[in-house]
Design a protein around this ligand. Structure first.
Ligand SMILES: [Mg+2]
Length: 271
């Protein structure tokens, strides 16, 4: 594990290495990586610049693109309406293949009742509390507290955890958390598992995988791509520990890097 502050920037040398590969598999997180954060996690405002960029990348010969997000699939289908791209929603619980086939986690239907009970308890907990946002992604439930005070966020998230345990947490579910974020989600997947599944189910022979992500839930993606001998790039250097090998400063820097990659790729792979 590295400290983000010590990571080398994903510079020209890395770009050259990527552009010289025989084939590429690009794994892209959405919020905070390709695009700036939206006002709430349920806000769906497609960004024409991001869509054009993904179209460009997906159209390159020998390049496959997958978008891996914690958002539900229904959202990412609207945010990235691009054919030929694999889309993983809710950390890979819902997958749209490059050919457009959607698979959902039917085996998790028995836990939907527990999620509904936790949702009812959390709605009561959050009622009248400004700065908190409850996101219902069908297979997971998340509390966002980015706009709440730090002390408030800690107290409410602590209570939310206790309430979920009181209601009863089936073994198929677990907690994901942070200072300003708390989620109850199935244990059976994370972004690393999503990368592994997409890379093997929709293979591209000899492809070098590269993962771009910004937050702690991307760490499993970084680790998986490292395992596959690929490149991992974290967005917005901070001081937390990370599995990523390189850093970029912002979503704008990611888009610019990918733009330059597309141009270099065309030069190296004509036709
Ligand atoms: Mg993100």
């Amino acid at each position: 594990m590295h400290r983000q502050a010590e990571l080398p920037a994903a510079g020209a040398e890395l770009l050259e290495r990527a552009a010289a590969a025989g084939a590429l598999y690009l794994f892209l997180d959405y919020d905070g990586t390709l695009a700036e954060f939206s006002p709430t996690p349920d806000t769906v405002i497609p960004d024409p610049g991001v869509i054009r960029l993904v179209e460009t990348l997906a159209g390159l010969p020998g390049v496959r693109v997958a978008v891996i997000t914690g958002r539900r699939l229904e959202h990412i289908l609207k945010l990235v309406p691009v054919q030929g791209v694999a889309l993983a929603g809710t950390y890979g619980l819902e997958i749209r293949s490059p050919e457009g086939v959607i698979s959902e986690p039917a085996h998790l239907e028995p836990v939907l009742g527990s999620l509904q009970s936790i949702k009812n308890a959390w709605l009561r907990l959050l009622a009248g509390k400004p700065g908190f946002y409850l996101e219902d992604k069908t297979w997971t439930l998340a509390i966002h507290a980015r706009d709440a005070g730090g002390e408030d966020a800690r107290r409410v998230i602590h209570r939310a955890r206790a309430l979920a345990l009181e209601v009863g947490l089936p073994k198929e579910l677990h907690f994901l958390g942070g200072d300003r974020f708390f989620e109850v989600s199935p244990t059976s997947t994370d972004k690393g598992a999503a990368v592994a599944r997409i890379y093997s189910e929709f293979p591209l022979a000899g492809a070098l995988p590269i993962y771009f992500g910004d937050d702690d839930k991307d760490e499993a993606g970084f680790a998986e791509v490292n395992q596959l001998g690929g490149i991992s790039i974290v967005v917005r250097p901070r001081t937390r520990q990370t599995h990523a090998g390189y850093a970029l400063g912002s979503p704008a820097a990611v888009r610019s890097w990918l733009d330059r990659l597309a141009r270099a790729w065309r030069l190296n792979h004509p036709g």
